[in-house]
Design a protein around this ligand. Structure first.
Ligand SMILES: NC(=O)c1ccc[n+]([C@@H]2O[C@H](COP(=O)([O-])OP(=O)(O)OC[C@H]3O[C@@H](n4cnc5c(N)ncnc54)[C@H](OP(=O)(O)O)[C@@H]3O)[C@@H](O)[C@H]2O)c1
Length: 196
């Protein structure tokens, strides 16, 4: 398949791109990649897809929110989180729907904070819950495609980079990437898939 990986320079996205390369053609994309896209701007997502008209699948491993205690979150923090992690990926789905080849696939990335919140992670939980509900709904109206959300646990490399205490269930990015490949090649749609 011809697969656009948005966030292909990131911790998870680079591992996805590496896992795909033996069997698929990867089009790596991000704000600073050769194939430029900013998920905050739906026109740039559409332009990326229009420039790659034979795309079968889009995987989004980008999308940020604001990690801060709930009492400290401002209106601007919520706007940032909702326009980035939530609407950025909703717009990836909206833009890809009419542009992918039939039998293609869209994978977005949510995360463990949707199902298992932690202090400071409220905007991630908010975005992840909404994305997982939207994925279920969008799949109903896209019988020609498969749309799924991948909900990774903490990534071991991220835990190390942030000098966090050990997080239960953390997995290396390369391990999590295998779940994306399996979801891309599988038959599920409308699901939230948790790497294990
Ligand atoms: N790491 C974890 O422990 C973990 C756990 C669960 C869920 N997640 C979720 O997984 C996703 C990826 O996380 P990560 O840790 O791999 O992130 P990361 O290492 O910070 O990488 C983010 C990637 O996304 C790109 N990017 C950032 N903003 C973008 C934008 N507006 N438009 C297009 N591309 C953009 C970055 O490249 P450019 O700077 O070139 O744009 C980079 O390639 C996020 O949604 C995160 O919430 C992460």
């Amino acid at each position: 398949m011809n697969v656009i990986v948005i966030g292909a320079t990131g911790t998870i996205g680079a591992a996805i791109a590496a896992a795909l390369r033996p069997n698929h053609t990867v089009i790596p994309a991000s704000r600073h990649s050769e194939h430029k896209v900013d998920i905050l701007d739906s026109r740039s997502i559409a332009a990326l897809l229009d420039a790659n008209p034979h795309t079968d699948a889009v995987i989004c491993a980008a999308g940020d929110a604001v990690f801060k205690p709930l009492a400290d979150l401002t209106d601007a923090d919520f706007t940032t989180a909702l326009s980035n992690k939530l609407m950025g990926q909703v717009n990836v789905i909206r833009c890809a729907l009419p542009r992918l080849r039939p039998n293609g696939a869209i994978l977005i990335t949510t995360g463990i904070l949707g199902a298992r919140p932690m202090p400071g992670g409220a905007t991630f939980s908010l975005a992840n819950g909404a994305l997982e509900a939207f994925t279920r709904a969008a799949a109903l109206e896209a019988p020609h495609l498969r749309i799924n959300a991948i909900s990774p646990p903490w990534i071991a490399e991220t835990v190390a980079a942030l000098h966090m205490p050990p997080q239960p269930g953390a997995l290396p990015a390369a391990h999590v990437a295998r779940t994306y490949v399996a979801a891309l090649e599988g038959t599920a749609t409308g699901q939230t898939i948790v790497p294990s």
